[in-house]
Design a protein around this ligand. Structure first.
Ligand code: F6R
Length: 256
């Protein structure tokens, strides 16, 4: 079977971070003002830390622009649980980006629907996303596009799946504090990125990765849409790759 996505398997999470940072670094050396799509959650933290180390060593990311994937509805940017705060702390500061060039969907405001439209316009005006960094939910979600999201969806207000709220409860004091709604780039938005880099580590992601890579392209597994992307890279550790077969077309990253 020929699969369309490029799969890189690293020995462990450090190797995943390095392999992903190599892809991002190549992009920035080519296009110093590249537009990055920025996932939050645990998966890209190693990548951001590795990039921060490279920036400390001289990699210049000051012209890079960024658009976060999603935000919780109801959380203000100064709330430590908001993705705006996470992006500030893990990306904008350590990577020395210009804060004026880093955008996060608004989670509060009088007219979030208009803000979603504006977010799409801002991405278009920036020339589109060159490289979208992604994680994957255990249920196969991309951004907060939960199963059954339309493949054509754009940045919008969406409902979080109950399983996602449970998974993300670790970032909140009480499970009931996890917001019910979010603003997320749509699958249509994500698919327009020129390159996508999906990062997944650990056995808890193995089933979702198998469905994304080998399963039917179905809205029941939103990440399966990446099989139709023009340049999708999936970087996983051995544990998350457990369901892929040796006959799949992948390469091993140099060991970290
Ligand atoms: C976060 C996002 C989500 C996460 C996914 C995995 O911005 O869009 O799709 O990437 O829920 O989360 P972690 O990495 O915490 O397992």
């Amino acid at each position: 079977m020929r699969i369309d996505v490029e799969i890189i398997i690293a020995a462990n999470a450090d190797g995943v971070a390095i392999a992903a940072a190599d892809v991002v670094t190549d992009m920035i050396r080519d296009t110093p003002n590249a537009v990055l799509g920025l996932a939050t959650g645990s998966s890209p933290l190693g990548l951001y830390a590795e990039l921060a180390a490279r920036v400390a060593d001289g990699l210049d990311m000051t012209a890079v622009r960024g658009f976060a994937l999603d935000e919780y509805v109801g959380l203000t940017p100064d709330d430590p649980r908001s993705y705006a705060h996470v992006i500030d702390t893990n990306v904008t500061g350590p990577l020395r980006l210009d804060p004026g060039n880093v955008h996060v969907p608004a989670g509060v405001g009088d007219d979030l629907v208009a803000a979603c439209r504006q977010y799409e316009d801002d991405i278009t005006r920036a020339g589109g996303i060159d490289l979208q960094i992604l994680g994957i939910g255990r249920n196969g979600h991309l951004g907060f596009n939960e199963p059954a999201s339309s493949f054509d969806s754009r940045t919008r207000i969406a409902l979080l799946a109950e399983s996602t709220r449970r998974d993300n409860a670790r970032f909140f004091e009480r499970p009931e504090d996890v917001p019910v709604q979010c603003v997320t780039q749509g699958l249509g938005t994500i698919m327009e990125a020129r390159t996508t880099v999906l990062i997944a580590t650990g056995t808890s992601k193995a089933e979702a990765i198998t469905r994304a890579v080998r399963g039917p392209v179905s809205t029941q597994c939103p990440a399966s849409i990446l099989q139709r992307h023009q340049h999708a890279v999936i970087i996983v550790d051995e544990a998350a790759a457990a369901g892929l077969r040796s006959t799949d077309d992948y390469r091993h990253a140099d060991s970290a």
